[in-house]
Design a protein around this ligand. Structure first.
Ligand code: UD1
Length: 427
């Protein structure tokens, strides 16, 4: 199993290119299932989760060509899709596989998708996905670990069509909103999504669907209206920049000190994190297609609570906590989205961080220095936070189980090496 070896204590300086967003690319790959035309995605990041999603849709009979050398271009042709099924072996490694359910039901009137099961950061049920798609007229049976979904066929015996309706979810769900939005594009009549997620990736997916001929309004707000159309056509779409990768590099520079430009970074998608970094003492400038961060010495620790967009993202909680561990002063971090998302804390403590967990709150007292240790990555963003503490710590840090990192970061260690980090992969 690959590991990362980091020799900490280096200042970071230079330029990093931010990749396309994982959480936009995954639903957008599934959106290609909605049409028999060719769909081209550009700026698709080179990640394990993208590889898994491509495997999943190829397994259904979709032709998919990936040309990473050509700006991360992926060409998809779902005209020959013959088997609208997502098996457990693939779904278990990536919860986002549930995003195939809405498009498959909308185009074929049937789909069989494995339940994702639990994951390290919490139980993460899909009850809202099921409830919403049932409200659109599909029958969903949960049997032998699978969601077996079908839209009753019409009097002509043809596969049935989903029906537009109003969906109000119990909580804000990102992939739930995406599933309903994709399903509604081909449904009969109008669908109104109340309590919709507002994450930038939802907006990016909506823009892609609109290029395909979908009629969508209100994306980016709490209420999205979709007027169903009989069919969608192909399009070319560029995946939006990854705000979580951007935020991860910003926290890394804030923690180590340095002067780094993030090319293609979108500051307007990261207000909550950038505000906290500025309050901590980092100097951040942003313009069209770039963000520059400068940081010197120990910054000031910041308290925050994670919430849905535009609040502080749960996907940035661990990385900002890494900065807090060596900043000046005490801070509290409250995790409100997932129930078990503090697994990085015990690993950070092994490097000398002072953090205590009390339920949903982690209280930390910044220390002057950390010392390198061997730690274990437990999930995607926890892994990134351990890289940050490793970059700061004196001596060597070895991070085990970095396959978690490879799921969601495009060449992280190469990018860090490019700005002066001493980091290498041990195979
Ligand atoms: C997405 C992101 C993930 C991010 C998360 C929260 C993708 C591929 N992943 O995950 O990186 O951490 O948003 O910003 O975009 N819930 C239910 N029932 C459901 C659906 C959700 O109880 O049917 C709960 C979840 O357990 C969680 C909360 O709702 O506590 C929010 O989850 P959700 O927004 O759905 O997360 P994902 O879409 O899976």
């Amino acid at each position: 199993m690959d590991k990362l070896l980091i020799r900490g204590g280096r200042r970071l300086a230079g330029t990093v290119d931010i990749s396309g967003a994982k959480n936009a690319a995954l639903p957008e790959l599934c959106a290609a299932l909605l049409t028999t035309d060719v769909v081209t995605l550009e700026n698709v990041p080179g990640l394990q989760d993208v590889t898994t999603m491509l495997k999943l849709i190829r397994n259904m009979g979709v032709q998919a060509e990936r040309a990473e050398a050509v700006g991360g271009r992926v060409t998809l042709d779902a005209s020959g899709l013959s088997s609208p099924e997502a098996p457990y072996e693939l779904v278990k490694t990536m919860r986002a596989s549930v995003l195939a359910l809405g498009p498959l039901l909308a185009r074929f009137g049937e789909a069989t998708v494995s339940l994702p099961g639990g994951c390290a950061i919490g139980s993460r049920p899909v009850d809202q996905h099921i409830k919403g798609l049932q409200a659109m007229g599909s029958e969903i049976l949960v049997e032998h670990g699978y969601m077996i979904a079908k839209v009753p066929s019409g009097p002509d015996g043809q596969p049935g069509r989903l029906k537009g309706c109003r969906i109000t979810t119990d909580m804000v769900t990102v992939t739930g909103t995406e599933n309903f939005m994709m399903a509604a594009t081909l449904a009969e009549g109008e669908t109104i999504l109340e309590n919709a997620a507002q994450e930038p990736e939802i907006g990016d997916l909506a823009e892609m669907l609109i290029k395909m001929g979908a009629q969508i309004e209100g994306h980016g707000s709490r209420r999205i209206r979709i007027q169903g159309v009989p069919r969608l056509h192909g399009c070319t779409h560029r995946v939006v920049a990854d705000r979580i990768e951007t935020g991860t590099f910003l926290c890394a520079v804030a923690a180590t000190g340095g002067d780094v430009v993030l090319r293609h970074g979108r500051a307007d998608h990261l207000d909550a994190v950038i505000d906290k970094l500025r309050e901590a003492g980092a100097v951040i400038e942003a313009g069209e297609g770039f963000i520059r961060i400068r940081a010197h010495g120990r910054l000031q620790a910041q308290s925050f609570r994670t919430t849905e967009y535009p609040g502080f993202p749960t996907d940035m909680q661990a990385q900002f906590m890494a900065l807090n561990t060596i900043a000046q002063g005490a801070s509290t971090v409250t995790e409100t989205i997932f129930e078990n998302r503090f697994m990085h804390v015990n690993e950070m403590v092994r490097l000398g961080a002072k953090i205590q967990i009390e339920g949903k709150v982690a209280v930390s007292e910044g220390v002057e220095s950390l010392s390198g240790a061997t730690v274990m990555a437990t999930d995607l963003r926890a892994s990134a936070s351990l890289v940050i503490v490793g970059l700061v710590a004196e001596g060597q840090t070895i991070i085990d189980r970095i396959y978690h990192l490879d799921r969601g970061y495009d060449q992280m260690e190469a990018k860090l090496r490019g700005i002066g980090a001493d980091i290498e992969r041990l195979r």
